[in-house]
Design a protein around this ligand. Structure first.
Ligand code: TRP
Length: 332
């Protein structure tokens, strides 16, 4: 009788220990599995041009800074190569691939993703006009499944640079794509500010890269300088812009460092790598539980100036010492 009771107690104790070990090992497993869980990020880049490539690199750097690197993260990357039908099919694909967060680099890509899903979180990678592009309702409180990073063109600073480098310019031609929502608001803002400063602005929009050369030949005969907003179509065919300007030799003021490097005279620009890093960090924030609906859009509007000395020499322009001294970057 006594032995039986002792046996029962020992048996119960053994059972408790076994259960305790089992439970704790299960918990342990659960912990390591969340720690080692690979997150899946779907990225859609609209087109290839150096600025967007730099943004994508920045996104990976920003994610890594937040600990999402190596086998902790799997990036499902697609590039639509400027093709709207590819934007649509790739957006659907990225949604059905079960990614945890989606990223759209450039306006048409973010719009494609936003059309493909109303509930999966989407992070905008450098979108110039999130409201005009119908991606968010309110920059502080986006309200839906989209938030991210916005690159606002420092138009006033660009105009100041135009005045300093080329004081004789009176008429500026604005070259941009008619199909990009990001360009419209920029052209409006630039025109308003330029007219206030006494310039005449003539808009020249192109439906695609195919019309750039012919538009350039009409435009260069009518303007003193060319200004280009943050526009993917023009950025992806900037070599054509430069080639079409060989004889007319007008100063070109684009809106990204890469285009100044490729033959623009100068600009005041937002740093592309910084935009990417901020986008990557925003993705990390969403992965950690923040909701796009109440995560404010991160706006970059601080410009740094960049000038191209080689182009200046070709155009017979001397860059004032003050501009060189204050420049964030001088291309020799
Ligand atoms: N902001 C652009 C958009 O909304 C994308 C972009 C980012 C871009 N950096 C650029 C376009 C530089 C041209 C050049 O689509």
């Amino acid at each position: 009788m006594k032995n039986k009771r002792i046996l029962a107690i020992v048996g119960a104790l053994v059972a408790i220990v076994v259960i305790a070990i089992a439970v704790s090992s299960l918990n342990g497993k659960k912990e390591t599995s969340t720690k080692e869980k690979t997150v899946k990020i779907g990225v859609l880049q609209y087109v290839s041009h150096p600025s967007l490539d730099e943004i994508y690199k920045g996104i990976k750097d920003g994610l890594a800074e937040e600990g999402y690197k190596g086998d902790k993260v799997k990036i499902d990357f697609m590039n639509a190569e400027g093709d709207q039908s590819k934007v649509a099919t790739m957006s659907k694909q990225l949604v059905s691939n079960n990614n945890d967060v989606l990223v759209g680099i450039a306006t048409p890509a973010a719009q494609g993703l936003a059309n493909a899903t109303k509930d999966k979180p989407i992070v905008m990678g450098a979108i110039t006009d999130p409201i005009g592009a119908n991606l968010v309702k309110d920059l502080k409180k986006p309200g839906g499944n989209v938030t991210g990073v916005s690159d606002h063109n420092p138009a006033q600073q660009q105009l100041d640079l135009i005045k300093q480098l080329t004081p004789d310019v009176k008429t500026i031609g604005a070259l941009y794509s008619s199909s990009e929502d990001n360009s419209k608001a920029q052209v409006e803002e630039f025109t308003k500010l330029a007219e206030k400063a006494g310039y005449t602005v003539r808009p020249y929009s192109v439906p695609s890269t195919n019309e750039i050369a012919s538009t350039m030949s009409v435009m260069t005969a009518k303007v003193d300088a060319i200004w280009i907003p943050i526009d993917n179509t023009i950025a992806s065919a900037f070599q054509t812009v430069v080639a079409s300007n060989k004889e007319s030799k007008k100063p070109i003021y684009p809106s990204a460092t890469a285009m100044v490097e490729e033959g623009g005279l100068g600009s005041v620009v937002v740093d592309q790598h910084d935009l990417g890093v901020a986008t990557g960090k925003m993705v990390a924030k969403i992965l950690k539980g923040a909701k796009p609906a109440d995560t404010a859009v991160n706006i970059f509007d601080q410009g740094k100036s960049v000038v191209n000395k080689k182009v200046a020499a070709e155009l017979g322009i001397t860059i004032p010492d003050k501009v060189l001294k204050e420049a964030g970057q001088v291309i020799e």
